[in-house]
Design a protein around this ligand. Structure first.
Ligand SMILES: Nc1ncnc2c1ncn2[C@@H]1O[C@H](COP(=O)(O)OP(=O)(O)OP(=O)(O)O)[C@@H](O)[C@H]1O
Length: 691
């Protein structure tokens, strides 16, 4: 079922859920139909109240797969739901959501806003997505489609104390949710097309409201810098995972940190970080990077890929006697790390800061949704390692605050995402920027938990021909520490099921993934009304709100985070015990990343996915494969669907699902998830309208 169907499904309920402020802003008629969003069909009209009644009366059946909890526990959320999650005001925002019921009679404002969601997306839609309203990091969203600001739906956000007007007014200055041109990377043509089009930067008032948000500096005390969570009971089981290295003359793996021969400061930092034992991806990647080789590494989510590249890069820098950072208008970092989302680059930065503690290496992070001047100020103070999202990076390069001549290490984290049709063009521009050393002159490192074959082939353009490929376990496979459950749940039952599950879960931290930004708002609001303390993160929220939401989730103030794909990759949040795919993503890779937010670093976790027969059948085959590979139970009904939808030689519905079992350089004999040659998979751009 596509978004349209979903909208039709929830429209009847909107009378109950439209936020007051949205009504204030948008309603003009009694019926609230000024945007043609009032339910029109009788079935829609009837559906709302009757289903709501049903919902209220149905109670909550004991949750499948959550068997240990008793009824008393299952109601825990009710009792705690107002804790932090509900502002006294009428909005939901930074600190959770309003406790107010939405006013009856006007769904128009909400939906009118929401319907614009996808305008900023088409060029960034993860390349292979089928659904039109996927979330993307707005920081990184190009606006090739025209309308710069009209396309953005003001986030349902505020400060948690009733102050929503600024963020919704469209004139607020912290509109991290969308970008001014100064934050864009626009392809353009002709000379300087790699530069931002917005030479005028933030001061240009024709480019929309200024972004003034300055993120608070992270705590600087040693305890905070080295704060970490415990490895889990399955950490030692990592050793049993098969690792395959392909390419010529790979250096042997190391078994201990000592064998890496790192300098004392790095060893101290590793110890303070609580690392005593290498994970498999570290055992293989560290010596490869130390040997100066290019690398494409694929290892399961949560298995320490970040340290696998940071430690050897830092070791090189220390060994080379890096010059201490000093103030300069043009900084020339030695290492550039790019990743697809703001929160992820920030996390990588914090790891870089941790491991470089006590050295003269200075790491800096820059990302969109924050004041450009702030990014520049961070950089000019000195920059050896630059962690950046692509949009902000290209902007800063365009402003000649960063020179690329000294780059020795280029890291693409979540590399398959960085090279897909969303970010690939920018990455190509990046490597052809003036001054950027050629691939022969730099060391290029790519890491991800998934590496579709076609992306591997694209990656060759960035890597030396003798790059090494490390595959820890099945390329693109799910983490085995995540217990995966797939439930057949139709659109009309999803909310009821979600509430049932969340009540059974109690206070354990849970990420709920939905497919669209508007739905994230809607479900978060709905859960708040159900007195389940919830916050949300998606690309239409201001950056300040995104960070607040993540903070509230991290500290447990809001134990439920409703998220779009913007939070699917890389985020390492302690104690996330559950992931719920309220909507399954359009690709299996995305599924693997989403469920990887739990079960990290040897800890166990659970993932529950709602499989809608109307919309998710295309995922049946790859899902069966992922479940089987991870030694999970496969429901018989899912196997049946997988079997019945199997079309030999064509994987029309598996776009983006193809992942390699091996290094693609080994030839095309490898099988994709659906069990047929990936070379037969359709061109992933077939039904996308990229402009
Ligand atoms: N050798 C180690 N010993 C203990 N903890 C580790 C070790 N390596 C990494 N960690 C911790 O494991 C967690 C997950 O690491 P990291 O975020 O790098 O995983 P990842 O493989 O990049 O995951 P994803 O694919 O989701 O991006 C982090 O909290 C990190 O500090």
């Amino acid at each position: 079922m596509g978004d349209e169907d979903w909208e039709a499904e929830i429209n009847p309920h909107m009378s109950s859920y439209v936020p007051i402020f949205e009504k204030d802003r948008y309603s003009s008629g009694e019926n609230g139909n000024n945007f043609n969003r009032t339910p029109t069909s009788s079935s829609e009209m009837d559906d709302g109240p009757s289903r709501r009644d049903h919902f209220m009366k149905s109670g909550f059946a004991s949750g499948r797969n959550f068997g240990n909890r008793n009824a008393g526990e299952s109601n825990k959320r009710d009792n705690t739901s107002t804790m932090g999650g509900f502002g006294v005001g009428k909005s939901f925002g930074n600190r959770g959501f309003s406790n107010s019921k939405f006013e009856d009679g006007d769904s128009s404002g909400f939906w009118r806003e929401s319907s614009n969601d996808c305008e900023d997306n088409p060029t960034r839609n993860r390349g292979f997505s089928k659904r039109g309203d996927n979330d993307l990091d707005p920081d990184e969203c190009m606006q090739r489609t025209g309308g710069l600001f009209g396309s953005r739906r003001p986030a349902l956000s505020g400060t948690g104390n009733g102050d929503t007007s600024q963020s919704r007014s469209g004139s607020g200055s912290e509109r991290g949710g969308y970008r001014g041109l100064n934050e864009e990377v626009i392809t353009g043509s002709g000379k300087n097309s790699w530069k931002s089009e917005a030479e005028g930067g933030e001061s240009s008032d024709t480019q929309g409201p200024k972004v003034t948000y300055i993120p608070p500096p992270p705590p600087e005390d040693e305890d905070s810098i080295f704060a970490h969570y415990q490895t889990g009971i399955n950490f030692d089981k990592y050793d049993t995972i098969l690792v395959e290295v392909s390419g010529h003359d790979a250096p042997p793996a190391i078994l201990t940190f000592e064998e890496a021969n790192l300098c004392q400061t790095l060893n101290n930092n590793i110890a303070k970080a609580g690392y005593t034992k290498l994970t498999p991806v570290q055992k293989y990647s560290i010596p490869i990077i130390l040997a100066g080789r290019d690398l494409m590494a694929c290892a399961q989510t949560g298995s320490g890929k970040t340290a696998a590249f940071l430690l050897p890069i830092l070791a090189h820098m220390m060994h080379d006697g890096i010059t201490a950072s000093r103030f300069k208008e043009l900084q020339e970092p030695e290492c550039l790390i790019v990743a697809p989302t703001r929160e992820l680059v920030n996390q990588i930065y914090l790891e870089a800061r941790k491991f470089s503690f006590g050295t003269c290496v200075r790491a800096v992070v820059i990302y969109g949704g924050t004041q450009l001047g702030h990014s520049i100020r961070q950089i000019v103070q000195g920059c050896n390692i630059l962690c950046a999202t692509p949009g902000r990076l290209m902007d800063i390069i365009g402003k000649e605050k960063i020179g690329l001549k000294q780059i020795k290490y280029l890291v693409l984290d979540e590399a398959d995402r960085m090279l897909d049709m969303g970010f690939g063009p920018e990455m190509k521009k990046l490597i052809s920027c003036p001054g950027m050393p050629s691939k022969e002159q730099r060391q290029t490192l790519m890491f991800s938990a998934t590496f579709p074959e076609e992306i591997q082939r694209l990656a060759a353009e960035f890597l030396k021909s003798n790059y090494l490929f490390v595959a820890v376990g099945q390329v693109g496979g799910a983490c085995r520490d995540v217990q995966q459950t797939v439930l057949q749940v139709g659109q009309f039952s999803k909310r009821e099921k979600l509430v049932e599950i969340l009540r059974n879960i109690g206070d354990e931290r849970t990420m709920v993934f939905v497919e669209t930004k508007k739905k994230a708002d809607f479900i978060a609001t709905f859960l708040c009304q159900e007195k389940i303390s919830t916050t949300s993160i998606h690309g239409d929220r201001e950056q300040k709100e995104r960070e607040q939401a993540l903070g509230d989730f991290r500290c447990g103030k809001c134990p439920v985070l409703v998220a779009t794909s913007v939070a699917a990759r890389g985020l390492d949040i302690e104690n996330v015990q559950h992931v719920i795919n309220f909507d399954l993503p359009s690709t299996i890779d995305e599924y693997v990343h989403r469920i990887g937010r739990t079960g990290r670093c040897g800890n166990t976790g659970r993932a529950i996915s709602f499989f809608d027969l109307e919309s998710d059948n295309h995922l049946a085959q790859p899902l069966v494969k992922v479940l089987t590979d991870a030694q999970q139970d496969v429901p018989a009904w899912l196997e049946e669907i997988a079997f019945s939808t199997y079309i030999p030689g064509f994987s029309g519905s598996t776009r983006g699902n193809v992942f390699a079992s091996v290094d693609t350089r080994k030839g095309k004999s490898s099988l994709n998830t659906a069990g047929f040659s990936s070379s037969q998979a359709p061109n992933p751009v077939d039904d996308e309208s990229w402009d």
